[in-house]
Design a protein around this ligand. Sequence first.
Ligand SMILES: *Cc1c(COP(=O)(O)O)cnc(C)c1O
Length: 461
Amino acid sequence: MTAPLPTPPLAGGRGGADALRPLLDTVLTALRTGAADRGGPLPAGGPDATAARVRAALGDVFPAHGTGGHEALATLVHTLAAGAADPADPLCAAHLHCPPLAVAAAADLAVSALNPSLDSWDQAPAASVVEELLTTALAAELYPTPRPDALLTTGGTEANQLALLLARERHGPRLTVVHGANAHHSIPRAAWLLGLPPAHALPTPTGTLDPATLDTALTTTPGPVLVTATAGTTDAGLIDPLPALADVCDHHGAELHVDAAYGGTLALSPRHRPRLTGLERARSITLDLHKLGWQPVAAGLLAVPDTRLLAPLAHQADYLNATDDTEAGLPDLLGRSLRTTRRPDAVKIATTLRALGRDGLAHLIDRTCATAEYFADLLDAHPGFELHARPTLTTVLFRPTPTDDDRLATLRRTLLQDGTAVLGRATADGRLWLKATLLNPHTTAGDLDTLIAHLEGRTHR
Ligand SMILES: *Cc1c(COP(=O)(O)O)cnc(C)c1O
């Protein structure tokens, strides 16, 4: 007779912490050994070599007989870390892909252990209050109005979708969305998803949406219109001229949504906040704390100046928010998202805000912006590089000189293939540029020298 199969321990309950502790030890060891094996910002060898290593390490992903928790964690976590593009490495700076703070990741572990789900109070009694406190507090950072509110989302994409949905519910299905060519691709995609007329993209040759261009477009666009502006473009980190765009919208009776997925956290830095002047004139604001907010994915937000603007999302399902339950005082949470089962991302964010405080968070923002300024100084002073423009946020576009677009694209891929640096690419002024999206507050001058040395080594071969 074979031995009965064990029933593995749970993460929660009275015994949960004790069951987790030794497993966490295995996880942390594997994170360390995996990062050491990788040795740089991403695995060397490119997609084929990485895939081969993962396949070899995992073998059968669903074996007939289990290997046990420790072996499975050691294998999977080591393989994951060894094959990661790790944003905590200063030379991993391609995307708005931030290195999460240790305190936020630790809070997220607790969330995984307890697994509260924010679709009803009886699945998340305390977590739902944390979310309410956090969303109210963050909304108040963005709007000086009496009843601001915010919803947590999976990111900027979902926040933009909700913004367009709420505008459609206010104005009907003939709503035209007008945005700059510099807008995030999720804006026109949301218009498509919601069955709106195709979104109208305005050219942005300077990188930001010109108020005069918008004014001309709105003169000939039949209403109702929702204009979306961007505070922190994905490609260059530029901020559209929000007060002037808000004036144009007012003049034409159009509504304004601001996608501040990247730049919105500047509002939390006294030094940089003035650059977002006019933000509060938007009907809705998208913000992503998994970008310039050092949270593990997901940590998106859609803020509105008045909680009543969220009323169209109200929804009822007897098993979650029966009318008599709501009347008896059980909080009704279904209107806080289009999702049903929902992870309390508020917990890691609230933990971070408490741990760092206002001054601590502002310090991170200021420091990261200063790193980008410094990198721009280095490139500007270097005869082997051309700087596209001074950074507005933490994105620096540059290219080695001389070069052409094909050689530049190849250079980027070579760095990826070798595992030496992860840089992005962006087109501006009709040319291709390397993009460094600096989100790591620990990046030093020495790290940036190393990056430049890698580029020089590769460029001048
Ligand atoms: C990143 C980004 C988004 C999309 O956010 P996700 O969190 O990736 O869904 C939207 N808008 C802008 C301006 C962004 O930079």
